[in-house]
Design a protein around this ligand. Structure first.
Ligand SMILES: Cc1cc2nc3c(=O)[nH]c(=O)nc-3n(C[C@H](O)[C@H](O)[C@H](O)COP(=O)(O)OP(=O)(O)OC[C@H]3O[C@@H](n4cnc5c(N)ncnc54)[C@H](O)[C@@H]3O)c2cc1C
Ligand code: FES
Length: 512
């Protein structure tokens, strides 16, 4: 669902939305009403759901797509949309942890994903600002050059078009792995066009949140508030799966990153950059009404934990100011993506279910991995062999070496700590004097914890802070004026309406 951001100023310059949202119109597909039967029902209208719907239709399978809000308005609308196999320092890691054969499966699946997106755009003549670009994985520290040399060698051995160089286009960079023939695009222009085509051949429903799943051994039925879809297969592409037989709540970890859209006084550089240093900064350009702006991003913190989202924007502003001649901040936005312990996505059949499939855990690289998911899932549903399927199997064991297990333990300790905080964390007994319009706070009132927000007219909204997913206490997000859950990334508007799952219900209202 669209973020329905507060119109109040959030204290940071530039429009509080993405360039993709700002330069496209909202869609208006109908809501599901009544009963429908189909071959495959896809839940989730982001890039993973739309590409999978497209692939299944191409394969002659009848589909229905259900979206809780409007298509391509959640995480995909706030991406930086680099369509590339260059996923940080990934290939040396994969080769070391899993061996060259598995690392090659990942490389090939992502290169095929890149080609799939480019071919769809060219074949269907979609006007979505597709541009060929090099992707650069970079460091600003001389001591990290060695790591990048190893990365380039690993990527090259896997057949990727990669090379290490210190002859870099940006002066502050000390070394890069350059991947040639990668791409950037406008994700919403691409997906809205595709959704329009899908809606002519299949049923596409918006404002249709899937709230329940029923399996009867042969078919599966998905229920929304006003209707139901019975299908031979269900594909869950809801970012964090809303139906969870796989215990994703223990193996998906939401992390936020922030983006600024900047007007520069100087020429805007070409190329798509991603840093392996601290903040994992990301840089690419984007056309805007005949001019170009520079998108500079970064941030790696666990979603929903720190209320002071403003400080992360400030950090990126400082990073950008120190490296570019910034004239003005046009946009600022953030979103979150889910990581997995072994850094591979979960794509495939859900354990213990005959005909339920998922695509999740893209770890910040969901453009090519969503395209890979659409191919893997289509093959699985058609009963065809897909060589990458075992690599991405959601039921795989992630701990064949210490690294993934450690990642899993440390992230789950954080989740468990937040779950406990529901009982242990103390909140003030009353609102602080000078509780200003636009602020949100949790307080204890007559033995209950209450999440309170005051809007600019002074109207108070009082809610239970207990997240409807698994019961962690939500926390206030100062820039977006939302209640965000630190456990698995659910988000709610200031009035309690759920805007991002896995939670599927609104926060309870409390009378004070
Ligand atoms: C700041 C940032 C920058 C990024 N940049 C890049 C990049 O440059 N390149 C790259 O490859 N990746 C990038 N990523 C990652 C990429 O954007 C994501 O992996 C990808 O967009 C996720 O797509 P999705 O379809 O899984 O999720 P979403 O786009 O969130 O789609 C899921 C959909 O499911 C719907 N939904 C949820 N619950 C229900 C329900 N119960 N019923 C019906 N519908 C439901 C939601 O409304 C939503 O529309 C970035 C991530 C971040 C955080
Ligand atoms: S998102 Fe899982 S408890 Fe809130």
């Amino acid at each position: 669902m669209a973020k329905e951001m507060s119109t109040e100023k959030d204290g940071f310059p530039g429009k509080p939305t993405s360039v993709w949202m700002d330069t496209t119109s909202e869609t208006d597909y109908p809501a599901l009403n009544g009963k429908v039967k189909t071959d495959a029902v896809i839940v989730g209208g982001g890039i993973a759901g739309i590409l999978t719907a497209y692939s299944l239709l191409e394969a002659g399978i009848k589909v229905v797509l259900l979206e809780s809000g409007r298509v391509a308005e959640d995480v995909t609308a706030y991406t930086t949309a680099k369509v590339t196999s260059a996923h940080g320092a990934m290939y040396h890691y994969l080769t070391e942890k899993f061996g060259e054969d598995k690392a090659k499966l990942y490389a090939d699946a992502n290169q095929a994903g890149l080609l799939k997106i480019v071919s769809i755009i060219l074949n269907r003549k979609i006007d979505c600002e597709l541009r060929k670009q090099s992707a650069y994985i970079y460091t600003e520290k001389a001591k990290n050059r060695g790591a990048l040399k190893k990365e380039a060698e690993a990527a090259r051995r896997l057949g990727l078009p990669a090379r290490y160089t210190e002859d870099t286009p940006l002066a502050f960079i000390k070394g890069v792995v350059e991947y040639q023939n990668q791409a950037q695009f406008h994700p919403r222009k691409f997906l809205l066009d595709l959704a329009n085509d899908i809606s002519k051949e299949a049923l596409l429903f918006e404002n249709s949140r899937a709230i329940k799943v029923q399996e009867d051994g042969k078919n599966v039925t998905v229920f929304t508030g006003q209707g139901e879809v019975e299908a031979k297969s269900l594909i869950i592409a809801t970012h964090f799966p809303f139906y969870d037989k796989e215990r994703f709540y223990t193996k998906l970890y939401p992390h936020r990153s922030y983006v600024l859209g900047l007007k520069l006084k100087t020429e805007v550089p070409d190329g798509m950059y991603f840093s392996i240093d601290g903040m994992r900064n990301s840089i690419r350009n984007q056309g805007l009404y005949g001019k170009k702006i520079l998108l500079v991003g970064g941030g790696t913190e666990r979603a929903g934990v720190d209320a002071d989202t403003l400080k992360y924007y400030e950090r990126i502003r400082t990073y950008a100011d120190e490296r570019f001649d910034v004239e003005e901040i046009e946009y600022h936005w953030f979103t979150q993506d889910n990581r997995t312990p072994d850094r591979l996505p979960y794509i495939g059949k859900m354990s213990g279910a005959k005909n339920i499939y998922v695509a999740a855990g893209f770890g910040g690289w969901g453009m090519t991995t969503s395209a890979a998911a659409s191919t893997v899932l289509t093959d699985l549903i058609l009963g065809k062999v897909n060589t990458a399927a075992s690599l991405f199997d959601p039921a795989r064991k992630v701990g064949n070496r210490l690294g993934p297990i450690e990642a899993s333990i440390s992230e789950n300790v954080k989740t468990f700590t937040h779950l406990l905080e529901r009982y242990t964390k103390r909140y003030p007994f009353e609102l602080p004097a000078g509780f200003e319009p636009g602020e949100g706070k949790i307080v204890s009132m007559r033995g209950r914890k209450v999440a309170i927000y005051k809007d600019k007219e002074g109207k108070i909204y009082s809610l239970s802070p207990v997240c409807k997913h698994m019961g962690c206490n939500v926390g206030w997000n100062v820039t977006e004026k939302t209640w965000d859950c630190p456990c698995h990334g659910s988000r709610y508007n200031y009035d309690g309406k759920v805007i991002h799952g896995p939670a599927n219900e609104d926060l309870d209202k409390i009378d004070i």
